[in-house]
Ligand binder design. Sequence first.
Ligand SMILES: [Zn+2]
Length: 579
Amino acid sequence: MGDRVRAAEESTEEKPAAPVIVRPQPATSNRTAADALSGPSADPARRADAAGLGGPGGNRAVAQLLSPAPGDPAIDWIESLPAHIKQQIDNFGAAQEKAADAGNQKLADARTRNRHTFMDTMRWAMGDDDTVIQQHFQAIASIDVGGGEELWAHSSTRERLAAVKAELEAQGIPMPQTTVGLGMRGDHLNRGNKGRTWFTHAVGFAVDWRAYQTPRITDDKLITLFDVVTGGRPDMKTSVEGDTRIDLEIKMGQGKADPAEAKKLLDSVDAEYTRLTQASETFKTDLPKETLDRLGEVEQARFAVGTARRALARLKARKKPKAATADEIAAGEKAITDAQANYDKLVAAIVPDLPKLFEPWTKKIDERIAVIDREFADAGVDEELLTSDYGLKDREAKARQVRKDEAALAKAKIKDEAKLAQLHQRALDLDEDLAKRRQYRTETKTALGAKKVQALIDEKFKLITLRGLKEGLISNANGFVFRTKLATDDPAIDQLLGLMPENRGGFFTPDAAGGEAQAQAGQFSGEHGYGLAFIKSMVSHGFEAGMAWRGGSDPMHFELAEGRKFLKTGGKSPLGSTP
Ligand SMILES: [Zn+2]
């Protein structure tokens, strides 16, 4: 609840929207695409699209969608884009693209429709000049990052990345390798209430590096835990924030920034980098050895299941010198069963011990809870009863829903009278509770003043987070401590502790130093390069670093500040000259 409250109360203008990690578009099956885009219910889908567009896009957009006509945006140029970009615009896999080309009319229609929706989204994001949109997407291309891999980005971004690469290589540091750049994820077809700046990956301004080493952290519980253990937040506090930083980065990228301001920003990046890397290490080593060993044992057992599964798959695929025998396969299957049983046994044994294993942390959490409890006691306020606007709205919505259910049930042919009475009573109870909470809030406000009440409500949010954090640690609720796989967003504690064998862990774990030979050869590196020099060079060349996003830090993410502003202003702020 606390998380949702905070998310709701944070103004999007104060904090850059934090895009989630973008990976290459998963290829949807033909069937799914046919069903979703042009399948059995093509017409209703089309009407739903039109309804969605009616508000933001206006009548013109609706008319365009429903009746392709001479007034439609030109989309023929999309056909000549590289397949990588085209498939993202079309939201198609390669096979679907081929089928549409080969005369599958439903897919071909879906493709045309998606291209029109794409143009509509881009007109909204970049301004109404279709030539600008066309030229923008024609300027997106790939960078060869070695090993047959590519990174796709807009020319503005590629140029700056090349400058960063050269600057690093001059210091003997290789450019860190990544393939995560241009990524539409279908968001251009269904933009919902996303802001324009959400689309930095979709138009080739954003690039992600080392998602598992520097995961995105937005869960208040993790942010709080990091603070409890290390005494600071997991995001970077820079000398300037928000649009002021974006404007400074734009100037830095163009070589026009005030040197003192630029230095201040880079110095703050420097200091915060040191704090974050050290705190991340502290976090990994803070718990007693016994706790780390027990958790590590569970992770090793989990990993062993995967290893056994892969071994069996290899065995089954074997052709030379001869195919696997039935006995070999049976042994492989038994290895999986045994590994799984061992994992299940360890998990069952560790869960009851979690309160003891995490005691050093839960003690600190309890201390913080006690401080807040005391604040409420000193103020003479009932912490449970004092309710935030969010809490009131949430309860109002619940009461509305119950009344709706009640009304629906009352209209039913066969009435369930007992259930009806139950719903009616529930609605009355909710109303009574709401009235009590409203009255309590009013009375408290009269007694203590609005400012104090707001301060207490803020403390209550912290309390909810602290309690949720403790609960997560001692019960593994929602896989808070361990789960079955790595995550790039709000990972499990085990991953952050570096106990999962697949990964080095940590909140913020830069690459190990090294890679001089790769730097000299001008090669990208999968193991080296992501570190302080890289981050500072990126900022110096006009990139906004997601690690500086407060409350939703995204350290893997960088985006061209000019590009962000270009989108934020609907295409008015230029790329490549003074804004
Ligand atoms: Zn990103």
